[in-house]
Design a protein around this ligand. Structure first.
Ligand code: HEC
Length: 190
């Protein structure tokens, strides 16, 4: 009886061993393929995630469209975050950051009496670049990504609506605010 069981168990173990060997061997054969596929899946998953964070400026709704439904009053509230470093009044002082009265369409890094970082001066291309709505939109999304090395220690406003609101508010801080961009113009307004 015992030996019969032993034989049976032995045979079973033998079968299991063979099956395992086959599965290990076949894994070995397919092994080279599996990680390649996995690798691709991971990359594919990461790409949109990274884009979601860092690329709103590139992919997102054009600022002209965002401004069309923006709210300057709400922007004034958001501007409170900026006010620890920026004054927005006419003839007001430079603080940690430059005065922002009339910043829309102003040449970049051009406010009198403010010592801009070399990163911001480079970004201004010798003063030929202006703070257009597009430039403001990109910069305020993630200042340090848009202008690496900028002295502006502010993480940015990742939400479209917040950015549009504050940009619309900035636009009102001027003697004669520039015209808002046409929301129906083709997207490539850069
Ligand atoms: C912690 C301080 C700080 C905060 C908060 C901050 N900024 Fe700034 N900002 C700066 C500094 C410093 C600079 C100058 C950057 C440089 O020279 O690189 C700057 C530059 C700018 C410029 C470029 C101005 C020019 O004359 O070229 C704009 C536009 C701007 N900030 C808008 C904003 C807005 C809008 C907010 C709020 C949503 C904000 N900043 C919040 C410190 C700050």
């Amino acid at each position: 009886m015992n030996s019969y069981v032993n034989t049976a168990v032995g045979a079973l173990l033998g079968t299991v061993f063979v099956l395992m060997s086959v599965s290990i061997a076949s894994e070995g054969i397919f092994h080279s393929e599996a990680p390649e596929k996995e690798g691709f899946t991971i990359v594919a998953e990461e790409a949109p995630a990274a884009g979601g964070e860092g690329a709103p400026a590139a992919v997102a709704v054009p600022i002209a469209k965002l401004l069309a439904s923006a709210d300057a009053k709400a922007g004034e509230t958001i501007f409170k975050k900026c006010q620890s470093c920026h004054d927005g009044t006419k003839g007001g002082p430079n603080k940690v950051g430059p005065n922002l009265y009339g910043v829309v369409d102003r040449p970049i890094a051009s406010h009198e009496g403010f010592a801009y970082s070399s990163a911001m001066k480079d970004f201004s291309k010798g003063g030929s670049e202006h703070w257009t709505f597009e430039n403001l939109n990109k910069f305020l999304t993630a200042p340090k990504k848009d202008v690496p090395g900028t002295a502006m220690g502010f993480a940015g406003l990742p939400k479209d609506q917040d950015r549009a609101n504050v940009i619309l508010y900035l636009h009102t801080l001027a003697d004669s605010p520039v015209a808002l961009p046409d929301p129906n113009a083709p997207a490539a307004t850069q």
